[in-house]
Design a binder for this molecule. Structure first.
Ligand code: ADP
Length: 245
């Protein structure tokens, strides 16, 4: 059973094949990662999933519903949540207000219920202490965590995470890994992670899809991927050492 299914996705930009016949499927509650060297097609695939890019061929279904050409905001309402690599928060609002604004976009619940839901998610992410702080005063790491809380408060079935560790220090990455694991247990959330930090990918992902030059070159568990010759050679070409994979 799958909750999110991308089938035979192809996308060209002029003469360049950004994606060729790529399949990715995600089971309910499963944590998957999409990795690959620079230019492999990860962002293009993520954009196909979010609806920013319409593929030339192939289809995307969410919970069995075809969404290949569905607008981005409708996908969010259908249960496909996401965070952005360069997140947006409302700097004049408090942490709680920021999360409530996100939740309000997806929900017809009244303000009291939204507040309760938002506080619950902040608590699960270890952010209850700063719920009433103005977001402009927070560290970058904390702001990113608030963006995550905002996406989770929308109660998605699948959460797409675009480089959530970008710009974080190693202590913040550790905290993010811990909080993401905790969230998944609490929400039975499927997650699709696009991430350069291999340590984070290997610790969180149950299944990894590897792209190179727009093609899927491997798919498997972290252990399988770390010893896959095609994956190692794709990364070696980019100057990565084995230890990083
Ligand atoms: P990754 O995220 O893995 O670095 P991308 O999906 O960003 O890879 O890019 C895949 C390929 O498609 C790259 O060669 C990139 O230059 C090209 N590409 C991506 N977006 C566009 C675009 N809008 N126009 C032209 N080429 C693009």
């Amino acid at each position: 059973m799958t909750i999110l299914d991308a089938r035979a996705i192809s996308k060209r930009y002029g003469g360049l094949a950004a994606l060729t016949d790529v399949d990715v499927s995600v089971a309910p509650g499963q944590f998957v990662a999409i990795i690959g060297p620079n230019g492999a097609g990860k962002s293009t695939l993520l954009n196909v999933l979010t609806g920013l890019v319409v593929p030339d061929r192939g289809s995307v279904t969410l919970g069995g519903q075809e969404i290949t050409r569905m607008a981005t905001n409708r996908r969010v309402r259908a249960g496909l949540g996401r965070t952005f690599q360069h997140g947006r928060t409302f700097r004049r609002l408090t942490v709680l207000e920021n999360v409530m604004v996100g939740a309000a976009l997806e929900s017809k619940a009244n303000e009291r219920d939204l507040r309760e839901k938002s506080l619950q998610v902040l608590d699960q992410l270890g952010l209850a202490d700063i719920a009433h702080e103005s977001i402009g005063k927070l560290s970058y790491g904390h702001r990113r965590m608030v963006e995550l809380a905002r996406s989770v408060a929308c109660e998605p079935k699948v959460l797409l995470l675009d480089e959530p560790a970008a710009g974080l220090n190693s202590a913040e990455v550790d905290l993010l890994v811990e909080r993401l694991s905790h969230l998944r247990e609490q929400h039975q959330l499927a997650v699709v992670l696009i991430e350069h930090n291999m340590g984070m990918v290997m610790r969180l992902a149950e299944r990894i899809f590897v792209l190179n030059f727009g093609q899927k070159i491997a798919e498997g568990t972290p252990v399988e991927i770390q010893s896959d010759p095609a994956v190692l050679s794709a990364y070696l070409g980019e100057g990565y050492v084995h230890a990083r994979l």
